[in-house]
Design a protein around this ligand. Structure first.
Ligand SMILES: C[S@@+](CC[C@H](N)C(=O)[O-])C[C@H]1O[C@@H](n2cnc3c(N)ncnc32)[C@H](O)[C@@H]1O
Length: 342
């Protein structure tokens, strides 16, 4: 899509409804974020309750709670019958903390960034993130744990989709660069027996990841190494290097350097897997990817978004061949770029 075309609904010249909708979209975001923060969906997990009962359980104002719950009904998160509210199926699956598909920590992370989005203009003026990245990458233990748990929940979904498009049969040695909670390594080494993975991570994040890897019973096949991927040795003799969700924190130049070092560490036939939210060429589409770039700009010094076409060019320049891009199935916005060392 060219830079002059607009695929977003705001494109219509005769109907302002899409503009109105965009200007109030945060009402719904804040309603979901607040409901999740208050654990409204847990309060309703065992059956229907009246607004007064919910208000009493959470020590909220009764009149406000009734308005709030009706708004949640309007958004499709709850249903109401005979004055009592229940979780809609989507909320019961993804927003109740005891559900295996619980996404509450991911939503909590968005909640924590709500204030940063309020600083968008300031960030545009200063060119500096609204939130120092180190806050959630080690400096503040509680926020670091929250960030790692959010990554873990998100990765449980994304990595399962990745496993379905990635064949690592017969491969034995993987380096998972900036591997976060280690979830990809745990799931990939489980899916492909014989594969072992080393996760390279910053110390504060690695400490939480060690707990998650141990809890998954994967300590014999996934090890954590404390280190900075800008300076750490990637080693040699690898047959897979995974770089997932880290390019959006880095400049194009840094991504290029990381790809070169990954290519150098691979044996012939070795595979580089780069998974992230990427835009099409031009950087404006899909809309979610362009917005994701802003979200990263607000939260990391070099945060942004790259196009998959750029990643492929950098891989080709590093001598990798058989380049392919595989989109993960919806609703994942991620694309996976693959390259093989000849
Ligand atoms: C968005 S997360 C992706 C985590 C994981 N790969 C995934 O896809 O779920 C980016 C990760 O890069 C790590 N990271 C950022 N800068 C790093 C650095 N200089 N060295 C090592 N890890 C780093 C962060 O701690 C974080 O876990």
């Amino acid at each position: 899509m060219s830079g002059t075309q607009a695929a977003h609904p705001a494109a219509s010249a005769s109907d302002p409804s899409s503009i109105v909708r965009l200007s109030t979209a945060y009402w719904e975001s804040q309603t979901l974020l607040t409901a999740n923060r208050l654990r409204i969906f847990d309060v309703l997990a065992d059956g229907a309750r009246s607004a007064d009962e919910v208000a009493a359980a959470l020590q909220l104002d009764r009149r406000s709670t009734a308005l709030f719950l009706r708004a949640c009904v309007g958004m499709g998160l709850l249903t109401e019958s005979s004055g009592c509210f229940e979780n809609a199926p989507v909320a019961a699956t993804f927003l109740v903390s005891r559900s295996p598909a619980f996404m509450g920590n991911v939503i909590r992370y968005s909640d924590q960034l709500y204030g940063a989005w309020g600083s968008l203009e300031e960030v545009l003026r200063s060119g500096k993130p609204a939130l120092p990245a180190q806050t959630y990458l080690g400096d503040d233990p509680a926020r670091t744990r929250g960030f790692v748990m959010a990554m873990h929940e998100r990765a449980l979904g994304i990595a399962r989709a990745l496993v379905s498009v990635l064949d690592l049969s017969g491969r034995t040695a993987m380096l998972d660069v900036g591997g976060g909670p280690g979830t990809y390594s745990v799931l990939l080494t489980e899916r492909f027996p014989g594969l072992k993975s080393e996760v390279l991570e910053l110390p504060g994040v690695a400490a939480v990841a060690r707990e998650l890897v141990a809890a998954a019973g994967a300590g014999d096949r996934v090890v954590l190494r404390d280190g900075d991927y800008h300076s750490a040795d990637f080693g040699s003799g690898l047959d897979v290097v995974l770089m997932s969700g880290m390019f959006h924190r880095e400049t194009g130049q840094a991504c290029r350097g990381l790809i070169e070092r990954a290519a150098a560490s691979l044996d012939p036939g070795g595979l580089l897997v780069v998974s992230d939210v990427f835009t099409d060429e031009g950087g404006a589409h899909p809309t979610f990817a362009a917005m994701f770039g802003l979200n990263m700009m607000l939260t990391a010094p070099d945060g942004g978004v790259h196009s998959d076409a750029d990643v492929m060019r950098w891989m080709a320049d590093s001598g990798l061949r058989d380049l392919r891009m595989v989109p993960l199935p919806p609703p994942m916005p991620h694309r996976v770029v693959l390259g093989v060392k000849p």
